[in-house]
Design a protein around this ligand. Structure first.
Ligand code: ATP
Ligand code: MG
Length: 646
């Protein structure tokens, strides 16, 4: 595939926090003098006691221990709210845009302070103390931000569960961390449809013990059952408390939150993040990666139920005194122009979304984008999956009018913040590459035996050094933490992702290592074949998996979703095979192509390849857990029309 390079626009190099020379200098210092480098970065936030110890980390087998800034004392809510009040009391902290385009509101830093204190006082008066766990199961309404910051204020550990999860998934997560309190809403509203959140909580609590209180926010006014000894309305409780609530003094290594990974690879893990290192890293990455300047309007379309929502809707932006947009709805409601209309309505400058949304919107062509202005946009971002070069080009050309750099940010729930990414004033872009490591990050590519591969190469991505935002443990199961991340390659953090480094030292994430296929001894990432398919003008989305093949070892099975209005024909099937041969080479020719009206995705929008593998292997009876799928019905169609029957 052609490899295009986009230079840093001259005005970007001039106005950005970091240009190429500064990136090189800061990166070198972050590696040669990490203690000095990170000690300086701690100054970006307020401490009640400034840390004197910086890094104290061991990745040694059997003794993994990660501590940053350990003698520091601080409070995250103070840093995200109170410290800004002198200068920003009347500045908008959160722009909330409702599911219904006629609903939106601006919440100032002062209002945020008052609401967070109210929520914190509700929890404190119910005896929630430092270290207690609180489960938050809320839609994208401002109360979700209040609830998270209220926990941070009083030192409670929040566990946000995405409001699309089922009662069973919710119960599993409540039980795992033994939450005492649940904060939810009567109903959620997405794409004009109601989601019965309180009813889901009731169902979950039939299977979970130890919950004393359920705080219920009234969002839609829909009818719910209230248990008089357990459930309380948020607005009633809020009317009885004050808007003053002193912050808890927290040690840097006190837990801030637990977040269960989305589960695209199996049983969810309670990823634990702590206070000081996480906040420094979220704040720093938000400033540099999005080149945030005072007054910018910043929008990350993630849900607060995912780590992206934690670090880049809430904690990073608010720590930086930013204006952050929170969107309740979905990209295609009331129509496919929604994102772009919201950008025009609120004059958004920085826009951060996921490849799954870009590919879905690309499917309906340029017109819904082009009829909007988007003149306020300056920077675009992508996260969550490898972005196919075709989707990247569309995002750049159609959404960004060839004007806005794209930051393709690679990171994980486990990493707390962005680790491999362009900086818009410093990094030349290559569509599909996450480009270069952030400050303090040392990627290493190893082969299956752990041998370190130098130069231009492909293999498994590890990180050899810690960074302040790194997860500290799996909640309640440190052995699983060591086993999952530090046992495959001793002394290194193994990401689980495959990666290629090109001749310029750029990093290309090739997908999860489990998704690498081996055809006649040639290893290739599924992402590469998928990108070739998506580059065809009639294809909107593709998912590729391997299946056992008598001669080649593994064959290539491709699921292909066509652009709106394109008919699936035998001729098109042949055309696509020829196309991939031409784009990558004969070795990558798909053995099977199945036209798929929809692909199985997690609720965060990622393709669940483990299910596709089973269908490709003609084993539809052993699909495993499908409860975290966004739309389980798509699987029925795929099973019915599978190509590879024995
Ligand atoms: P689980 O760990 O529960 O299976 P998950 O890995 O999808 O779920 P996340 O932590 O949200 O949960 O996602 C991190 C993963 O997403 C990365 O390991 C990588 O595979 C993929 N990813 C994220 N950003 C990018 C990116 N910019 N380019 C390529 N892949 C990305
Ligand atoms: Mg993962």
């Amino acid at each position: 595939m052609s490899e295009k390079i986009y230079d840093v626009p001259a005005e970007w190099a001039k106005r950005a926090w970091v240009d190429q020379a500064k990136y090189k200098e800061m990166y070198a210092r972050s590696i040669s003098d990490p203690n000095g480098f990170w000690a300086e970065q701690t100054k970006r936030i307020d401490w009640m006691h400034a840390p004197t110890k910086i890094e104290n980390v061991s990745f040694a087998p059997g003794n993994v221990s990660i501590k940053w800034f350990e003698d520091g004392v601080l409070n995250v809510a103070h840093n995200c709210i109170d410290r800004h009040l002198a200068k920003r009391a009347s500045q908008t902290a959160i722009i909330w845009e409702g599911d219904d385009p006629s609903q939106s509101k601006h919440i100032t830093y002062q209002e945020l302070h008052d609401e967070v204190c109210r929520m914190a006082n509700i929890l404190r008066t119910r005896n929630v103390k430092k270290g207690d766990r609180v489960t938050i199961y809320l839609p994208m309404i401002p109360e979700a931000a209040y609830a998270m910051l209220a926990c941070a204020r009083i030192g409670a550990i929040h566990s946000v569960v995405f409001a699309g999860f089922s009662p069973d998934s919710l119960a599993q997560r409540i039980n795992d961390c033994q939450s005492k309190v649940i904060i939810t809403a009567d109903e959620g509203l997405r794409g004009g449809k109601k989601v019965p959140l309180k009813a889901n909580v009731d169902a979950a609590l039939a299977k979970a013990d130890g919950v004393d209180w359920v705080v219920v926010v009234k969002r839609t006014g829909g009818k719910v059952d209230m248990n008089p000894t357990r459930d309380l309305w948020y607005h009633e409780a809020a009317a009885m408390v004050t808007t003053e609530c002193p912050v808890e003094h927290m040690h840097a290594e006190d837990p801030l939150f637990i977040l269960y990974t989305s589960g695209s690879t199996g049983q969810p893990k309670g990823v634990l993040h702590t206070t000081g290192g996480y906040l420094v890293f979220a704040s720093m990455t938000h400033q540099y990666v999005f080149d945030y300047h005072d007054g910018d309007i910043y929008w990350c379309t993630a849900d607060v139920g995912w780590v992206t929502g934690h670090s880049y809707i809430l904690y990073g932006p608010l720590a930086n005194g930013a204006t952050t947009l929170m969107f309740e709805g979905v990209p295609n409601y009331p129509d496919n122009s929604r994102f772009w209309n919201v950008i025009d309505k609120h004059k958004v400058n920085i826009f951060y979304t996921a490849p799954t949304a870009i590919r879905a919107l690309m499917q309906s062509g340029d017109e819904p984008v082009k009829k909007t202005s988007r003149a306020s946009l300056r920077l675009l971002g992508s996260v969550g999956e490898p972005i196919n070069p075709e989707a990247w080009e569309w995002y750049h050309r159609v959404v960004g009018d060839d004007r806005c750099p794209i930051v393709d940010t690679w990171w994980q729930t486990e990493t707390g913040g962005i680790l491999i990414t362009p900086l818009p004033g410093a990094t030349k872009l290559k569509p599909g590459s996450a480009t270069q490591p952030f400050f303090g990050v040392v990627p290493e590519i190893v082969d299956a035996d752990g041998k370190v591969l130098e130069g231009e190469t492909t293999g498994n991505l590890c990180l050899t050094r810690s960074w302040p935002g790194q997860m500290r443990t799996v909640y309640g199961d440190h052995a699983r933490f060591e086993q999952t991340y530090f046992s495959t390659y001793k002394g290194k953090y193994f990401t689980g992702d495959g990666c290629r480094r090109d001749a310029d030292g750029y990093y290309w994430i090739t997908g999860r290592v489990d998704d690498v296929i081996n055809v006649s001894g040639h290893r290739m990432g599924t992402a590469e074949v998928e990108s070739a398919l998506v580059a065809h003008e009639k294809v909107s989305e593709a998912a590729v998996v391997g299946f056992p093949h008598d001669i080649k070892g593994q064959g290539i099975y491709a699921y292909v979703t066509l652009m709106a209005g394109v008919q699936p024909t035998e001729d098109l099937r042949k055309e696509l095979v020829t196309w991939v041969r031409k784009e990558i080479g004969p070795i990558a020719s798909p053995d099977q192509i199945q036209f798929a009206p929809g692909l199985p995705k997690t609720r965060s929008g990622k393709i669940m390849r483990r299910i596709l593998r089973k269908i490709a292997e003609d084993e539809p009876g052993s699909l495993g857990d499908t409860s975290t799928l966004a739309d389980p019905a798509v699987v029925d169609d795929l099973v019915k029309n599978r190509q590879n029957r024995k």
